[in-house]
Structures are given as C-alpha cells and as structure tokens.
Write a protein that binds this ligand. Structure first.
Ligand code: NAD
Length: 255
C-alpha cells in the first residue's frame, strides 16, 4: 500500500487497460479518479468497488481537463499521479480517412495528455513528487498502414513525454510512457471489422496474420501486465527513470 495518501487520475479508466491501471493503483492505496465513458451503472459499480471518484471530463475538451484537475485537488488536496490513457482508434487508408476521426484521435490520444500535464504539473511541484505516465503503443515507435492518425498521435505523445521529463527533471516528477503491443480490449476488438474491410480478410486472419503477426510472443499482452509497470514507475526505486518509452509489446519493436 505504498501509494496511500496519493491521488491518481487515470483517463479512460472505465474500460480495458485504464481500468486495470485504476484497480492496481487503488490496490496500492491511492485515491483514484476514474474517467471515461460507458454504462452509468457499470461505472458506479467500479467507483464503489475502488472507493474512487468518477469524473466525466471529455478528453477532447481542454477546459474540462483543467476543471477535472481543479475538482480533484479540491476533493483530495493533490494530484500526484496522472495516467494519460484515454484513446480511440480508426482504421482507414489516409485518402479515405474521415477528418472528424483524425481530429478526435489527435485530441484524445495526444493533445489531452499535454493539457493534463500542463494542469497537473504545478500541483506535483508543490509537493515535490509526481508521476506523469502515458499509455503509448508500439505505434509510438513503428507504424502500420491505415492507422496514420493514431501512429502520428502516439509519436507526438512520445515527444511530449521527453520534453516534459526534461522540464520536470529536478522537481521529483518523472514523465514516462508505457508502450504496449496488442492488448485484448474493446479498442482492439472494435477495429477487427474495419481491418477485415480495409484488407479484405476474415476475422481469424486479422487476429493471427495482422495483429499477432507483429508480436513475436504470439499472445496478446494483458492489461494487468501494463498496469504492473505503471505501479513500478510510481515507486521511489523508479525515480531515475524519466523521459523513457518502455515497451510491453512481446518483442514487436525488437524485430
Ligand atoms: P478501451 O476502448 O478499452 O478504453 C478506452 C478508454 O478511453 C475508455 O474508458 C473510453 O471511455 C475512454 N475514452 C474514449 N474517448 C474518451 C474521451 N473523449 N474522453 C475521456 N475518455 C475517453 O481501449 P484500451 O485498449 O484499454 O486503450 C487504452 C489505451 O491503450 C489507449 O490510449 C490505446 O491507444 C492504448 N493502447 C491499446 C492497445 C491495445 O492493443 N488495446 C495497444 C497499445 C496501446
């Protein structure tokens, strides 16, 4: 319970990887701010289970992101850990890529992280301790076809991680990215039909020949494996790890 007394905002934590991170952080005693969309009753059940706070801030709206930070500080006294995790995906060749999907991906995956770091860092500096962690992706390091907006946004997030790490280097605040390969979550499940259409493949072919083809371990990463690395980054032993992009990708980006 080494995070007792600390507050952690995890964006996009109503589902998938973010939910696993929220559970892990709460399991170490942190007060967790859940964020994201979904079924009201399901969100309330998780909120109650983790004795957490739920904040519905929309990651496409900078003023809502700043307001979430202020509400969190008002309720708990601090924002010690932020995890920029909210994300969406859209799969299409660039010439057919809907502009509104491009705008949404860049806003949610990349810009929201900048706005959240901007709002949270002054509070972390006040306490001389903080952790800014972003969920990157193997796509922060390498590309795949038909994911131009996502690959671009994740590479941008990697740049933000490095730049803010340098700015915060002497403040007790580390800034890092954890970059999973394919994790079995609704985000991956939902892109299977689009990839089937875009590449003319069956569901099985998409899973084995597209998704797991890139992953030498031939198994999906689990949300808990990614969450465990976030917990390690919050430990004092990890205080020299900053500006890093840590892969959890079954060897994908080693190939
Ligand atoms: P998911 O679809 O299970 O969860 C996405 C979360 O983001 C949900 O809680 C959703 O409500 C939230 N969200 C979406 N739009 C939002 C908005 N405008 N404001 C606030 N919240 C919003 O997906 P996941 O697979 O758990 O993805 C989480 C993160 O992990 C994303 O950044 C994704 O890019 C990244 N990632 C996923 C994989 C994978 O294979 N699943 C691989 C690498 C990186």
């Amino acid at each position: 319970m080494f995070l007792q007394g600390k507050t952690a905002i995890v964006t996009g934590s109503t589902s998938g990887i973010g939910l696993a991170m929220a559970r892990a952080l709460a399991g170490e005693g942190a007060t967790v701010v859940l964020n994201g969309f979904g079924d009201t009753a399901e969100i309330e059940a998780v909120r109650a289970e983790l004795d957490a706070i739920y904040d519905a801030a929309d990651m496409t709206k900078p003023d809502e992101i700043a307001a979430m930070v202020e509400r969190t500080v008002a309720a708990t006294g601090s924002v010690d850990i932020v995890v920029n995790n909210a994300g969406i995906q859209h799969v299409a060749p660039i010439a057919d890529f809907p502009v509104d999907r491009y705008d949404a991906i860049v806003a949610i995956v990349m810009s929201s992280a900048w706005h959240l770091a901007r709002a949270a860092l002054p509070h972390m500096r006040q306490h001389g301790w903080g952790r800014i962690i972003s969920t990157g992706s193997a796509h922060s390091l390498v590309a795949s076809p038909n994911k131009s907006a996502y690959v671009m946004a994740k590479h941008g997030l990697a740049g933000m991680t490095k730049a803010v790490a340098l700015e915060a280097a002497t403040d007790g605040v580390t800034v890092n990215m954890v970059s999973p390969g394919y994790v079995w979550t609704p985000l991956v499940e939902n892109q299977i039909p689009d990839t089937m259409r875009a590449r003319g493949l069956t569901r099985e072919q998409v899973m084995n020949d597209v998704l797991l083809a890139a992953q030498p371990t031939k198994r999906f990463v689990t949300p808990d494996e990614v969450a465990a690395l976030v917990i390690f980054l919050c430990r004092d032993e990890a205080r020299s790890i900053t500006g890093a992009n840590l892969s959890v990708d079954g060897g994908w980006t080693a190939a």
